[in-house]
Design a binder for this molecule. Structure first.
Ligand code: SF4
Length: 327
């Protein structure tokens, strides 16, 4: 078994799939952090099979982001680092779980958890470690719950930046999120209204999620846009991000309310691509992270659909939620 450094990627089983499927052209799609391993993987496949490999150089932020042209150009595509969102023919998802030890941060978290019933959540990278987390916490007297999630979620307890459904079907007093970054735990806190303790195994740090700062920024973006007239409603053409029905719906409501609103479709949404439209504000129906993570980089305020609904007067301020793509 040949494994890629730091991740459980079994190259022999990939080679066996290529041989079994009699694939002559193999596509590889990797997220940014994995791209440095792309040539090693391609080389291993080419050395051990008769197949030619094609590596996608396009950005890849999630399983929503399948390289459609690569799928057309090859017999079999290996998509690394994400779990599947929807079944796609000829695409094999290689999840690449992390080897990182999580026990230290979980022991630290156990001292900070206040609730008795704790919901466990993480990303696909660490989801295979949730049983270990459960064992540690239950030995310390906690009750742990792991939710199933909806059809976009493959593993119990898994969250995506656009889907916190694994947090919805469980009853608990508090959540423990294992993983790096703030976006997922912020989304869990805002979607559920419950406390979230974030245990980051990359930095060995523990932090209670505080929504004040992000809410202040979001409220400011909404307030700034309240009286604006001209909106571009952005729809991504990426297979797992496209929400045309939602876009049409909010466009029509906006027009009824006297706003000018037009749908703009694009693959990757970047500040440069929006410059020429001269809109007063943008409404992003694509990956929900764009409006939050990249706020301030766009030429005008970038809102989520629930935020736009506040502007249109069909949602109350106190009903503001994180945007999610649910099934
Ligand atoms: S839409 Fe965004 S958050 Fe959801 S899977 Fe794609 S990249 Fe991740």
């Amino acid at each position: 078994m040949k494994l890629i450094e730091n991740f459980d990627i079994d190259l022999e089983s990939i080679v066996n799939m290529v041989i079994q499927e009699k694939a002559t052209k193999v596509g590889l799609q990797l997220p940014e952090g994995f791209k440095r391993q792309a040539m090693e993987i391609a080389g291993y496949i080419e050395d051990n099979t008769d197949a030619e490999t094609l590596i996608s150089g396009n950005p890849c932020y999630g399983a929503c982001d399948l390289d459609v042209q690569l799928i057309k150009d090859t017999d079999l595509v290996f998509h690394f680092g994400h779990s599947r969102l929807e079944p796609s023919e000829n695409v094999v998802y290689i999840e690449a779980p992390s080897h990182l030890d999580i026990s230290d941060v979980v022991f630290q978290a156990a001292d900070k958890l206040k609730g008795k019933r704790v919901g466990l959540l993480t990303t696909v990278q660490h989801v295979h470690k949730l049983e270990e987390v459960r064992k540690i916490l239950e030995e310390k007297g906690f009750e742990t719950i792991i939710g199933e999630g909806d059809g976009r979620i493959v593993h119990p307890g898994q969250v995506l930046g656009c889907n916190f459904s694994a947090a919805y079907d469980i009853t608990c007093e508090e959540y423990l999120y294992i993983g790096g970054g703030k976006f997922h735990p912020l989304g869990i806190a805002l979607s559920t209204g419950k406390p979230v303790l974030c245990a980051n195994p990359f930095t060995s740090s523990i932090e209670h999620i505080d929504l004040k700062q992000i809410m202040k920024k979001r409220y400011a973006a909404i307030a700034k846009t309240m009286e604006k007239k001209k909106f571009c409603i952005l729809v991504s053409t990426k297979p797992g991000q496209e929400r045309m029905e939602l876009a049409r719906n909010i466009r029509d409501i906006a027009r009824e309310k006297g706003k000018e609103a037009y749908i703009v479709t694009m693959d990757l949404i970047t500040p440069d691509q929006l410059l020429q439209f001269q809109a007063d504000a943008y409404v992003n129906t694509a990956c929900p992270r764009i409006a939050i993570d990249e706020a301030g980089r766009f030429p005008a305020p970038m809102l989520t659909p629930p935020e736009f609904e506040i502007i249109l007067g069909i949602r109350e301020w106190e009903e503001l939620v994180f945007d999610e793509i649910r099934e």
